[in-house]
Design a protein around this ligand. Sequence first.
Ligand code: 13P
Ligand code: 13P
Ligand code: MG
Ligand code: MG
Length: 375
Amino acid sequence: MSNKVTLTVIKADIGGFVGHSSVHPKVMEKAQEVLAESDLLVDFHVTHVGDDINLIMTHRHGTDSEEIHKLAWDTLVACTEIAKELKLYGAGQDLLADAFSGNVKGMGPGVAEMEFEERKSEPVIVFMADKTEPGAWNYPLYKMFADPFNTIGLVIDPKMHDGFFFEVHDLIENKKVLFSTPEELYDLLVFIGAPGRYCIKSVYSKQGEIAATSSTQRLNLMAGRYVGKDDPVCIVRCQSGLPAVGEALEPFANPHLVSGWMRGSHSGPLMPVSLQECNPTRFDGPPRVVALGFQLAEGKLIGPQDFFADPSYDEARKMANKIANYLRQLGPFEPHRLHLDEMEYTTLPQVSKKLKDRFIDADAPINIKEVAATK
Ligand code: 13P
Ligand code: 13P
Ligand code: MG
Ligand code: MG
């Protein structure tokens, strides 16, 4: 008998409490209430990382289900009403459309979902990050599924030894490409090493089973202006031919640099944190990631296990804070500030436009005495 389940994670920033740091408890309660009223779901879990509310849902309606997406949209709209009442910061920020139109993709919220046959035991991890963008998963997904120094299973587990398929999306050209690893490792790295443009959307086993999937929406590209970063989510299935839970968590022990942080315009270390510590403060950061583990049991979400609450991630946090200290000293200089291409979707172009007419030909003379006399 088919035992297919769909795990859908839909997230949005519909108003921060306070500033961009967290989600108000009343907003969480509202989401809980709306989802509990629905009979579409097998189970759900409402949580947040920083100012992003995350709806983790299981159901039998497959991916891209209009009913499920509408339920999530309606939930986020109901949450926005509370956010507006409380005048939370940027209330409704991520709901770019006025009305639901079939699928929340392209409407602002981030979506990661996968449908699969529930195995005898089905451990999954939902990774959720704040103050960064979808490309933030490239490095850890590569480590989990392609790097034998991270995932020893690639070497010693015959079920993993053949490697994996990586589906990579070009977020600028709106194209995708499939790479097969380990044969095409170097080709894969050409692209995913540029995470502002190329994002790992999904990873599949060589048997064609979905193993991981992420949200790849880029809000600023959709809105054509700065509307916050597209704080991403990622689902990873574990064990029995897929990375062990510990192999999926291991890449976060070395905080890598991601784009986001203050005003979505800076490079900073991705700090692994517990739910308790998931509210960014320093310079609205540093960017952070939470990992919640669940065992699925007939679609029920058994959990969560708050993985980064483990003291074995203390050193990673220390390192992230050290990197943050160092980068902060650079202030408005690159590479702490993102390079110009990335700043195009922020408010920087408005400032440079104002100064446009001040530029004269580089060969033209400047009479500095004359200029000084007018001051
Ligand atoms: P499985 O093959 O059961 O996933 O075992 C691997 C493991 O748990 C090692 O940590
Ligand atoms: P969010 O994308 O998390 O809303 O943060 C935006 C920001 O500008 C932080 O400084
Ligand atoms: Mg925000
Ligand atoms: Mg956010």
